[in-house]
Design a protein around this ligand. Sequence first.
Ligand SMILES: Cc1cc2nc3c(=O)[nH]c(=O)nc-3n(C[C@H](O)[C@H](O)[C@H](O)COP(=O)(O)OP(=O)(O)OC[C@H]3O[C@@H](n4cnc5c(N)ncnc54)[C@H](O)[C@@H]3O)c2cc1C
Length: 548
Amino acid sequence: MTSLPNQSETYDVIIIGGGIVGSGIARDCAQRGLKVALFEREDYGYGTTSRSTRLIHGGLRYLEMLDFGLVRQDLKERETLLKIAPHRVQPLPFILPFYRCSLFYRLKVRVGMLLYDLLSYDKTLPNHRYLTRTETLEMEQGLQAKGLQGAAMYYDCQAAFPERLCLDNILSAQRDGAVVFNHTEIVDTLRGTEGGVCGVRVRNRLTGEEPEFRGRLIINATGAWVDRLLKGWKTPLPPQLRLTKGIHFAAPLANKNALVLFSKKDKRLMFVIPWLGYSWIGTTDTDFDTNLDTVHALRDEIAYLQETVSEYLPQNNWSEVYFTNAGVRALVRDNRPGASESAVSRKHGVLLHTHGDGLEGMITILGGKLTAYRDIAEEVVNRACELLQHRVEGRTGTIPLPGGERNDLKNLKAEVGRAGSEYGLTQAQTDYLVSLYGSEAYAILNRIEYDASLAKPLSPEYPDIRAQVVHAIEAEQAQTLNDFLLRRSLLGFTKDQGEQAIPAILEMMAVPLKWEAERVAEERSAALAHIALTRQHREVVTKSDMNT
Ligand SMILES: Cc1cc2nc3c(=O)[nH]c(=O)nc-3n(C[C@H](O)[C@H](O)[C@H](O)COP(=O)(O)OP(=O)(O)OC[C@H]3O[C@@H](n4cnc5c(N)ncnc54)[C@H](O)[C@@H]3O)c2cc1C
């Protein structure tokens, strides 16, 4: 069990929340030489970061909202992330099919596509182009042919595993001296003589320890949890966020490219993304005011998505729902009367607290997309540096993240494949290791060099090997079974969500983490509860099924 850091020290910056934004801030602070501590209540990337559509995109949709600044910022970041995280962020072609569209609509798309290219004039990805009806059907054979006129094709990017993008930021911060703790929540703020915030009291949720830490500046990066924390600290501020829920589900693979579709019911845009051998369908956007900690997909929400995909891709079996996920967006509150969920800007806000709101000494981040995390972090750390009079420029946009040192992934896979074959690993296994660790896949091979038994698979069903578990515990702070299944490996996204590997992982985690039988049983129950919650809609019947 990891012990908490030295309490007698005063940190320059204490970060609350280890989602992508908090982790990005920790990396930037540490790179600039600030003394930083980060506390995450659950695990790195556990929150909204792991519930996204997994796109690194400008967002064609936001052009319609005339949010050009946001789109430009995100398109720039897309390019930056391709450079600093080539192992995490990859180009993805998108197809937007036209069905019996009016001339006006096609003109609107044409303008949108042109603008999208103009706003990313400095990109390395190809520009958009148009496909004829025949070309569209050649590229996407499953698309409904009736009424199809052609399509627009453009490029954005996918981060297949944002959980590990978040972890890369944590590892980078740690290597530059940050102290980072998961499963540790902030339970209260400490107040100085003037009433401002000068530290935090934390609780390690695994050990029950409740130490206090002092900091010159506190950064609240708790995403959708922000208002809950502000309320708990009794500030007079009104709620800052509008929370909206979005869900996805994984279905049998029906498409080669990402598809942009519009709901027949309410014309909302949704995606069908090829991801890990599935079609990943999402998302919804509905106001949310219940429990953030138990958010999950509902039957009606899945049926809403199924209704649209089954019309556009009629041949697929959409009643096969392998698993679902659900998350909550933190949107900066928009007080326009009647603004719909989808009409609220995705632009973030930075709240510098004052004596008046009782939280002087704290900065709160409001909203912000996964795509923009690095840029948001840089903006916040620039502010922090001004306040702390620490004049060092940020460099997160040019220094690769851990594992991102090589952008020639094909060569890297071949090299790791050759090295791995010495230990009896197949090319599929070493390719998988590269997809998890990028250029740091060699760290896993080094572990096998010292202990050949670590090359053994966790279960014949998956490419995962025992060395990954040891690495996750010793080098990546995995402290629970779900940490490993869902945020260190891709086991949690296999068709049986890693269930077959659970006995082997538990056996390997129990000894180093000193788990008694009771704790082992709790860990197993927690993993099975997650599987049950996200698998409960396998039987949802689609409209097309009902019609047959
Ligand atoms: C359905 C959906 C689809 C999306 N798709 C995309 C997309 O494709 N592309 C894109 O760019 N963006 C997308 N987003 C938005 C994106 O996922 C989020 O904006 C981003 O992940 C927010 O990161 P964060 O770090 O602010 O929040 P989070 O990831 O939620 O992190 C906040 C963390 O704070 C922790 N915390 C809470 N309370 C405490 C406490 N007391 N002490 C310590 N820690 C605490 C939580 O456990 C959590 O881990 C999507 C969002 C949703 C909901």
